[in-house]
Design a protein around this ligand. Structure first.
Ligand SMILES: [Zn+2]
Length: 342
């Protein structure tokens, strides 16, 4: 999702499946929500088929919205034998467009993760073409309070599972899986090896940061996965939402800088709350300004994700890390936990 590019109500709006944390100025997707009804540039409109790299075409699904930016990007790679990445939502027009574009040459359907704006069309597309569905694994189980359940395509089924480093040899191309948990635990990026072009799904997107929605979304692993991708020699990124990214290192550095900054802000407001503790909602009021209702939900998830990371590192504590409403405390310094005897 791209928070700075609101297009008004869209099919993918309610579930935090995409990205879109409001960020400080200068960050991708900075908090400058545009009025509803934004018109996307011609090349980012639903149904457009564009060649974005040699042998790589992008088709945009008709699901623009808060969480999806211009819509979910579906990519086609190859010539006589095609691989398709992220089929998108279960939508008749998008299915027709993909069948028309891929014809009977579609052999593989690669799915970056099982969120409802990326995976559902894999079922009908595989039925119609006989293509093999490849992904990291099934949807995760919802959290204790059911959190995150409706964000995933529950009926998702893969024919083949890929782990980190697994490769698909398409004849005139090779695609390598890069396990990048964080946005979801089952998230894979895929790299087109000869071009060092990374299909980043929702791990990195154009013009926005990414939503990390606990409990399956995990800020600590997300930041590790950002560093993992940063350490590669990726030349370009083809994201799951928005336009091509030509400067991966700069964008990844900015993502990491933004997350570290947000974490520092969360820590700083925890300090005065030591006595009674404060929850994610209060923290959102303290560190974000002027958010609409949709962005507030996203901001609360983000803060909760940061708190859980701080908790797992022993820097913050809570009676129940699985309760989004629970109060959090700054972890007492070691001296307070173990008073000096001598
Ligand atoms: Zn997603």
């Amino acid at each position: 999702m791209t928070t700075g590019r609101h297009t008004g109500p869209g099919r993918g709006d309610p579930a935090p499946t995409g990205s879109g944390e409001p960020g400080p100025g200068g960050v991708p997707g900075a908090a400058d929500p545009e009025p509803p009804g934004r018109i996307w540039p011609e090349h980012l409109r639903p149904g457009r088929v564009s060649e974005v790299a040699p042998g790589v075409r992008r088709v945009i699904a008709p699901n623009p919205g808060y969480m999806t930016g211009p819509g979910t990007n579906t990519y086609l790679v190859g010539g006589d034998r095609l691989a398709l990445l992220d089929p998108g939502p279960d939508d008749d027009a998008h299915l027709d467009c993909l069948l028309e574009t891929a014809g009977d040459r579609l052999l593989w359907i690669l799915v970056t993760h099982t969120h409802v704006d990326h995976a559902p069309l894999s079922t009908r597309l595989a039925e119609r073409t006989g293509a093999e569905v490849i992904a990291f694994g099934p949807p995760p189980r919802p959290g204790p309070g059911g959190q995150g359940g409706d964000a995933h395509y529950a009926a998702f089924a893969a024919h083949r599972l890929f782990a980190d480093g697994d490769r698909l040899d398409g004849g005139d191309f090779v695609i390598e899986a890069v396990h990048t948990p964080g946005h979801t635990s089952n998230h894979l990026c895929f790299e087109l090896v000869d071009q060092r072009l990374l299909f980043s799904g929702d791990h990195v997107m154009d013009g926005s940061t990414v939503v990390i929605a606990p409990p399956d979304g995990d800020m600590a692993t997300y930041m590790e996965s950002l560093q993992k991708v940063r350490a590669r020699t990726t030349r370009r990124i083809a994201p799951g939402h928005g336009d091509m990214i030509d400067d991966p290192a700069a964008v990844l550095d900015e993502y990491l800088r933004h997350r570290r900054g947000r974490e520092a802000e969360v820590l700083s407001v925890l300090a005065p709350g030591v006595q009674r503790g404060i929850n994610s909602e209060v923290i959102v009021d303290l560190i974000y300004q002027d958010l609409g209702e949709e962005l507030r939900k996203v901001a609360r998830l983000t803060v909760w994700a940061h708190l859980r990371k701080l908790g797992s590192e022993g820097r913050a504590s809570t009676p129940d890390r699985d309760d989004p409403e629970a109060p959090w405390y700054l972890a007492p310094p070691a001296a307070a936990r173990e008073p000096e005897i001598f």
